[in-house]
Design a protein around this ligand. Structure first.
Ligand SMILES: [Zn+2]
Length: 158
């Protein structure tokens, strides 16, 4: 089960693994090392897929994230989506601090699915610099997802 993402106007809110203090990872500094405001320990970047709660959260994150955002459009009734979920967990763990992996439940956030023209699920999309740079539909293993995202972000940078 993906962790619900908690956002404010400026960043992602995470709890410090050492002391529990809530800290903000600014959208614009997601690639930077951030220290806990309370214990000064280094905060680990998000290393698991995070579930998007509202379309407004999605828009804010996509518009401001300083690292590419990998979006998994899924729904609870979709069998292949359940196969992708553990693969995405591997991708999120291995790419922490480099990419952000989020999940959009297209049943709960039907407006996002409609706005981005998601016709089948699972669909994976990569957003970089505020826009979608690549998309692929269908289930695939973690290594394939990583190749897909790496290729998408390479293109975005050149
Ligand atoms: Zn702390």
């Amino acid at each position: 089960m993906a962790t619900p993402i908690e956002l404010d106007d400026r960043g992602i809110i995470v709890s410090c693994a050492s002391c529990g203090q809530k800290n903000r990872l600014a959208f614009t500094r997601l690639a930077d090392t951030v220290r806990c405001a309370k214990c000064k320990g280094e905060l680990a970047p998000p290393a698991a897929p995070m579930e998007i709660g509202t379309s407004a959260d999605f828009d804010r994150l996509i518009a401001h994230a300083s690292i590419p955002v990998v979006v998994d459009y899924w729904a609870p009734w979709c069998g292949p989506c359940r196969m992708v979920a553990p693969e995405l967990e591997k991708v999120a763990a291995r790419s922490a601090g480099r990419w952000l992996v989020v999940k959009v439940n297209t049943d709960a956030l039907a407006d996002l699915g409609a706005r981005f023209g998601i016709r089948s699920i699972p669909t994976l999309a990569v957003f970089s610099g505020g826009r979608e740079v690549s998309r692929a539909s269908g289930a695939r293993p973690a290594a394939d997802i990583e190749r897909f995202v790496a290729a998408a972000t390479e293109v975005a940078h050149h």
